[in-house]
Design a protein around this ligand. Sequence first.
Ligand SMILES: [Zn+2]
Length: 414
Amino acid sequence: MAKTKIIGPFSQLLTMDTIPLKGSVNDSQLEIIPNGGVVVSEGVILRTGIFDQLCSEFHDLEIDRIEKDMVAMPGMIDPHTHICWAGSRAKDYSLRLEGKSYLEIAQSGGGIGDTVAKTRAASATKLEALLTERATNHLLNGITSIEVKSGYCLNTEGEIKMLEVIRNVNQKLPVDLISNCLAAHIKPADFEGTSTEYLKIIIGELLPEVIKRKLSKRVDIYIDKGAFSVDEARVYLNCAKNLGFDLAIHGEQFTAGGVSLACELGALSVDHLEMVQDHEIHVLATSFVIPIALPGASLGLGCQFAPARKLLDAGCSLAIGSDWNPGSAPMGDLLTQTAILGIFEKMTMAESLAGITFRAAAALGLTDRGVLRIGLLADMIGFPTSDYREILYNQGSLKPSMVWKRGEKVSERI
Ligand SMILES: [Zn+2]
């Protein structure tokens, strides 16, 4: 187990403490400790404060000294990804640029069906290598916790394979992968029954197996015209809830209904929201459901962003996820996407940074991270600058030069 030590001095320590979970936030509400330091013990934060004061108070501790200008903040949290997949959809993207529709792309052998075929055909070893590469990329870019969905095999055996791959990579890498069972992504093309019958099989066969093997505590469903209806989702999610799963919903991307169902069932999050309307925003603001904006999907499809400013002004929380997936969101750069969403939606820096730290943690039901506070995980990142505003000002091109997971340095760029 890691020793107790002091890390610092940081030009600025941006703790993200004292920011509310919901609503708009001014940058003046950010707690910034100049010449800050963090005392870490057994992977958690023992103290934050002025570095020199910490050194005299804890004078016998080892010091992990930072020699250059650096701004430290909590490790980023990506609350929505699909990074366990095989194949590439570059051809789809070229067709999209030519103006081809979703249906035309699917008919030419692309679309999600292509990813399902390649992910089913991939061995667990191959999938582990692909997921390891993407999760490592995220970690080097400062994302220390990543939600990862299944949903590209769409049969019991294949979904178990995906969830086992996610578990195995989680055990091997110094990044937390939080799995989510998205077998209800879409009814697979080779399933001969109705979508209701497909969901029944997931409930009867797959979810009990997921519980038995402890593969995930979360269940997600895609509500949309080409996927599942609100009524189908209600029955499905109620069953999942009764089995003890936390709920998430892909909703309000192209069709309505996801937000009100998420609030009705007490889901942890409702994700996408590109076309969410005023009434749903009001309902969301009075609930505990965390909306997750996915600017990567808007950039990948050339669509509007979720109305982040409106959501925040109405009193909603707002987390931001990359939605990293082979189809609609191939970029996978959470910080760049956050900066882009921020400038288009006029989000303050405090709101943007909250959306990829503790508000994202809340969307995953995690209360042990996302803030640099006593007793929470010492997941931290350091940017090579003396002014925290440089982080979003550089629109994603300024990457963290150091990453700590549970107090251990896992990455350092010279
Ligand atoms: Zn998604």
